[in-house]
Design a protein around this ligand. Structure first.
Ligand SMILES: Cc1ncc(COP(=O)(O)O)c(C=O)c1O
Length: 366
């Protein structure tokens, strides 16, 4: 196996899941495992969660192909977030998957097709995200129409928050108000809609009134808060660490440069270690001259251009051997580097960091 690898701490995944369970005692949990479980490996994540006594009641994916991967592991209901597409209709029935619908386009397609069973759907309502869903103003009408189609079984209705991770919850609360008024109108008319769900990680943390029948945690399962503005009302532990080793050491004299375009030069005589991880592995090129790594019990600066396969680290006068362990994401005692450290440099969020650790990096499950 390569000396650069990611450790997926299944214990931490389960810890985070249990923290979420405690936070939402009265609601079911749909574990969001799209994008290869945010880069952690969908098969292993689903197997670990599904084996729990208090396992998630549902799994959720973005794509039909991802849902098929989940079905190979788990018999639980699986909701696909992407809009229903008839390219995938055979798979939806063969693998007993649940689809997202919200438009007349979907109803037209449904009316023209013969199904072996009822099509299981969740109706997505756009309460302000402005991306997918039936507009909240016409949602009651739409759901009433769907409820009369005998080929369809409504398993749920849902919405998605645009900024439940913001400190200011004004917009999330407006979305919630719109969603609640739809729920009230449907109740009034005695229309059965199955599970009502809305909360992503931000709302799980900070909007208990949005927990409804089921919550949909993604990033919190993997050990990160969705932003730096949410409360940290539950403790989370990062699930992924990223490990490598020193693969060469060279001495540089004052003024000598390292890596492409000579973006860094030694100020004094120093030792440079190279580490076999680069942007092809998800160590983003824009981390150049800005990131840090842990070797031994110390933290060191990464220096010079990040290349496709390799980075350089200034280890000063310290002495390490080839093969010495390097922590790119993770901790050694009190010293830690996590996906937020990279996110702040890259102006992004931990979601993108863990998803971007490429397939070239083997995952080791512990
Ligand atoms: C529909 C839906 N629900 C829930 C989530 C999980 O969100 P988070 O990772 O912020 O918890 C996502 C992810 O973007 C999503 O698309």
């Amino acid at each position: 196996m390569r000396s650069t690898f990611a450790i997926i701490h299944i214990k931490n995944l389960i810890f985070n899941f249990n923290q979420i369970r405690k936070q939402v005692l009265k609601s079911k949990v749909l574990a969001v495992v799209k994008a290869d479980a945010y880069g952690h490996g969908v098969s292993q994540v689903v197997s670990a969660l599904d084996a729990l006594k208090n396992s998630p009641e549902y799994f959720g994916t973005a794509l039909t192909d991802e849902a098929i991967e989940v079905r190979k592991i788990s018999q639980k209901p699986i909701l696909i977030f992407e809009p229903l597409s008839f390219d995938n209709i055979n798979d939806i029935f063969s693998y007993d998957l649940e689809s997202t619908i919200f438009s007349d386009h979907h109803l037209n397609l449904i009316s023209k097709t013969e199904f072996p069973n009822k099509l299981k759907v969740h109706i997505k309502i756009d309460t302000g995200m402005g991306r997918l869903g039936v507009d909240y103003k016409s949602a009651v009408d739409y759901i009433k129409r769907v409820s009369k189609i005998s080929k369809i079984e409504i398993k749920g209705i849902y919405t998605h928050f645009a900024s439940s991770d913001a400190k200011n919850k004004k917009f999330a609360k407006l979305q919630l108000k719109r969603f609640n008024s739809i729920i009230a109108a449907l109740k009034n008319e005695k229309i059965k809609v199955g599970l009502i769900h809305a909360a992503n990680s931000g709302a799980i943390l900070d909007l208990p009134e949005a927990h409804f029948d089921m919550v949909r945690p993604g990033i919190s399962l993997y050990g990160y808060y969705p932003s730096t503005e949410t409360s940290e009302s539950i403790k989370l532990k990062p699930v992924m660490s990223l490990i490598s080793e020193v693969d060469s050491i060279s001495q540089k004299e004052k003024g000598e440069a390292v890596s492409y375009n000579s973006l860094w030069r030694a100020k004094t005589k120093t030792n440079i270690a190279t580490i076999p991880i680069g942007y092809a592995d998800g160590f983003n090129r824009n981390l150049t001259n800005k990131s840090k790594v842990i070797i031994g019990r110390k933290i060191y600066n990464q220096v010079g251009r990040v290349t496709m396969d390799r980075i350089c680290v200034n280890i000063g006068n310290d002495n390490y051997k080839v093969g010495e362990r390097v922590i790119l994401l993770g901790n050694k005692g009190e010293i830690k580097i996590d996906a937020w450290d990279w996110s702040k440099i890259l102006n992004t969020i931990p979601y993108e960091i863990t998803c971007a650790i490429s397939k070239r990096v083997p995952r080791v499950y512990k």
